[in-house]
Design a protein around this ligand. Structure first.
Ligand code: ADP
Ligand code: AMP
Length: 211
């Protein structure tokens, strides 16, 4: 049983690392960003509530997030543990998980500088079909513009535009970064330096997990 949280600013590589660690440990990744984008695409009630916040680079209200996460962690594939990617993002979300009795083995904060984030997100390309993430230069797909996994077209996320990224970074520092102190107090926080390529960062994460 392993319950993990990947923390860090947008573009830190949470989703990239979560995909690798999920595969290695055989536990699912729960990405609220992916779930919300799917909800927007399908036009569900959650999607309708979330869209304007996401487009503006603002956080979606806590009650919406707490609801979708509570439902998701009850699914049978979560029985052996899971990785939370991009959630919790506020103290209220962390408290809701704690009140529901969820305890985490490790909270891994990927420590990425603001100037690196901008370059990362400018070059990020994602598959709209399966959510796989690439980078134009750091992690390009085998065939330009096409997903290695499923063959669908890659797109740039609309909220990865420079102006929205700046706002998302501000939101990270004010709303999400305080979670480091919250989990430090619970003795589960590890900081992982974001230096080198995707594989080097992954080695540091696996070391924290004792794997
Ligand atoms: P997050 O989920 O934290 O927002 P992503 O996993 O989507 O971040 O990564 C952001 C971008 O940076 C992607 O284009 C990804 O391919 C690239 N990337 C992730 N980790 C690294 C790394 N260590 N070095 C270089 N590029 C990286
Ligand atoms: P991400 O894919 O993690 O970069 O998230 C994209 C967007 O979805 C964010 O900018 C927020 O608008 C929204 N979002 C994702 N996860 C959360 C969360 N835990 N709390 C609030 N908003 C979220």
């Amino acid at each position: 049983m392993m319950k993990l949280i990947f923390l860090g600013p947008p573009g830190a590589g949470k989703g990239t690392q979560a995909a690798i660690v999920s595969k290695k440990l055989g536990i699912p990744t729960i990405s609220t960003g992916d779930m919300l984008r799917a909800a927007v695409k399908e036009g569900t009630e959650v999607g309708k509530k979330a869209k304007s916040f996401m487009d503006a680079g603002k956080l979606v209200p806590d009650d919406v997030i707490i609801g979708i996460v509570a439902e998701r962690v009850e699914k049978p594939d979560c029985a052996l543990g899971y990785i939370l990617d991009g959630v919790p993002r506020t103290i209220a979300q962390a408290q809701a998980l704690e009140s529901a009795g969820v305890r985490f083995d490790h909270v891994i904060s990927i420590e990425t500088a603001d100037n690196v984030v901008e370059e990362r997100l400018e070059g990020r390309r994602v598959c709209q079909n399966c959510g796989a993430t690439y980078h134009l230069t750091n992690n390009p797909p085998k065939s330009e513009g096409t997903c290695d996994n499923c063959g669908h077209a890659l797109i740039q996320r609309p909220d990865d535009s420079a102006a929205t990224v700046r706002h998302r970074l501000e939101v990270y520092h004010s709303e999400t970064e305080p979670l480091k102190a919250f989990y430090q107090e619970r003795n589960v926080l590890s900081l992982v330096e974001d230096a080198g390529d995707i594989e080097s960062v992954n080695r540091r994460i696996m070391a924290v997990l004792g794997k």
